[in-house]
Design a protein around this ligand. Structure first.
Ligand SMILES: Cc1cc2nc3c(=O)[nH]c(=O)nc-3n(C[C@H](O)[C@H](O)[C@H](O)COP(=O)(O)OP(=O)(O)OC[C@H]3O[C@@H](n4cnc5c(N)ncnc54)[C@H](O)[C@@H]3O)c2cc1C
Length: 466
């Protein structure tokens, strides 16, 4: 049975029987090593030359939306990212569709449109546009995002990981980051947690929820080439996988090959670890197991296609795997309102709407259900008891099932956009995000082209997951 566990960092640290700084480890070091140890965090703030009003942590779809939203509102904005590029799952899943960017081919906001405009500027190689989604060549996406950030004057740092939160009273005033020059702090008037895993919220002691035992599968996506599109369609990959599984036991029961932008290579998204065990990607040991298992799985998938895929697939070549495993679900931050499955299915509207979510309720390769477009209330992007912090993307306040209803990347950009605007406005007014006048935020979103009246719409035009 699913076990829903609420965890906050203070309990976690207490449970681990350790201190955050690791004093015991320090005193066990030989004196020579200790002498070379870099000076404490607070003495090295100057490493980062920026003093942002708004700090966005995590540069996936939500973080990009937040950074573009905040910076285009005039706030000094800094976006930091753990990897060497932006895009999050959109970049490391190698070309899969960025869904719900223009539902029904209708523009969603000026932030969504800016990303599309920058991609289109690179032509056919960069992107293919569907009736709600974009299929990108991810290397163009990575640069298109930089172009968009530059245009709105957003500062950014890559290879910069948030490893702790700076909390005064119950207000987040910054984060501790790990850089190549060691640990340092970045302070800001408002912080937006777009880490997907709710890292900053967790570090700050905010309450988070995790579906222990039923977490969605983890998938390492792969890119393949040297196959013909028409030939690929003739292969029944399910039948092929059934035959190949005896020899290659890690492979999933089936998968599809999707074309990367307008090119001649393919991405493969698949059920990943679904049949191989439960892995919590915020646990270092389990994350390592999932990452390493997934890398073996990918090689088995390619071997299976080459050996069991007949004439059509016998020459298929692996051209690459994601930078890391694609994590669908970990922590969700508990806000004053927790979105539910019923809200998604019925298309619920809220007075404090700041975004809406469209597409499918989709627990990757476990469940796919139709839903209506539904509102996200402001109360779902604020942690319940911690101030100075907003959250966006896949870790907003929602149940396990409701979280899956909003995970399409266009929806994550939308909650990011709202959180970024709210952070910029609260920084300007010198108030807490929680104290912001909701009508002012809604007006700002409308003037950015967001139609806040779409909650409740049915999506009869959705016939497949396309
Ligand atoms: C395998 C897979 C397939 C999917 N298929 C689709 C699909 O076809 N279409 C679709 O629209 N959606 C799909 N999704 C869902 C979608 O990709 C995610 O819901 C979405 O990317 C979440 O956006 P996010 O910005 O919240 O988080 P993420 O995309 O996870 O981005 C988080 C970013 O924060 C960075 N980060 C994390 N922790 C830190 C830290 N402590 N400090 C600094 N940076 C940090 C990460 O490196 C990353 O760049 C899929 C997801 C997965 C995993």
């Amino acid at each position: 049975m699913t076990q829903q566990r609420m965890v906050n960092r203070r309990e976690f640290v207490k449970g681990a029987g350790t201190t955050i700084v690791g004093a015991a480890a320090l005193s066990a070091m030989p004196r020579s090593v200790r002498a070379q140890r870099p000076s404490p965090v607070r003495k090295r703030r100057a490493i980062i030359p920026y003093k942002p009003d708004v700090l966005v942590v995590g540069g996936g779809p939500a973080g990009i939306g937040a950074a573009l939203g905040a910076a285009s509102k005039g706030a000094e904005t800094l976006l930091i990212e753990n990897h060497g590029f932006f895009g999050g799952v959109a970049s490391w899943c190698l070309g899969m569709p960025i869904n719900q960017m223009r539902p029904g081919s209708k523009p969603r906001s000026k932030v969504h449109e800016l990303i599309i405009e920058k991609l289109l500027a690179y032509g056919d190689q960069a992107v293919r546009i569907g009736d709600h989604q974009l299929w990108c060549n991810v290397d163009y996406l990575k640069v298109a995002v930089l172009d968009a950030l530059d245009e709105v004057g957003c500062k950014y740092l890559v290879h910069t990981q948030a490893v702790d939160a700076v909390v005064e009273g119950k207000r987040v005033v910054g984060v501790v980051v790990a850089t190549k020059r060691g640990l340092t702090t970045i302070r800001a008037k408002a912080v937006v947690d777009c880490t997907g895993d709710g890292d900053v919220a967790f570090f700050s002691g905010a309450e988070t929820m995790k579906e222990v035992g039923s977490l969605s599968p983890i998938t390492l996506c792969l890119g393949v080439a040297n196959v013909d599109r028409a030939q690929v369609r003739k292969v029944n990959i399910g039948d092929m996988a059934r035959k190949a599984r005896k020899k290659y036991p890690l492979i999933p029961p089936g998968w599809g090959l999707g074309r990367i932008s307008n090119g001649h290579s393919f991405y493969i998204n698949h059920a990943g670890t679904r049949d191989l065990g439960q892995f919590d990607a915020t646990d270092p040991v389990e994350r390592t197991k999932a990452e390493c298992l997934s890398r073996r799985q990918v090689l088995q998938m390619v071997q299976a296609m080459r050996e069991f895929g007949g004439e059509e697939l016998k020459d298929i070549e692996l051209i690459g795997t994601g930078t890391q495993i694609g994590v669908r679900e970990t922590r969700r931050v508990k806000g004053p309102y927790v979105l539910t499955e019923k809200d998604a299915i019925t298309g619920r509207k809220f007075d404090d709407v700041i975004a809406w979510r469209s597409g499918f309720l989709d627990i990757g390769f476990v469940r796919l259900s139709k839903m209506n477009i539904h509102d996200v209330p402001y109360r779902s992007i604020l942690p319940e008891r911690i101030d100075g912090l907003l959250v966006a993307g896949r870790c907003i306040s929602a149940t396990h099932v409701a979280a899956s209803a909003g995970k399409s990347m266009g929806n994550c950009v939308a909650t990011g956009h709202a959180a970024g605007l709210a952070a910029a406005m609260s920084a300007k007014k010198n108030c807490l995000p929680r104290e912001l006048n909701i009508s002012d935020l809604q007006d700002a979103l409308r003037s950015d082209g967001v139609d806040l009246a779409r909650g409740g719409e049915s999506q009869d035009y959705l016939t497949n997951r396309g």
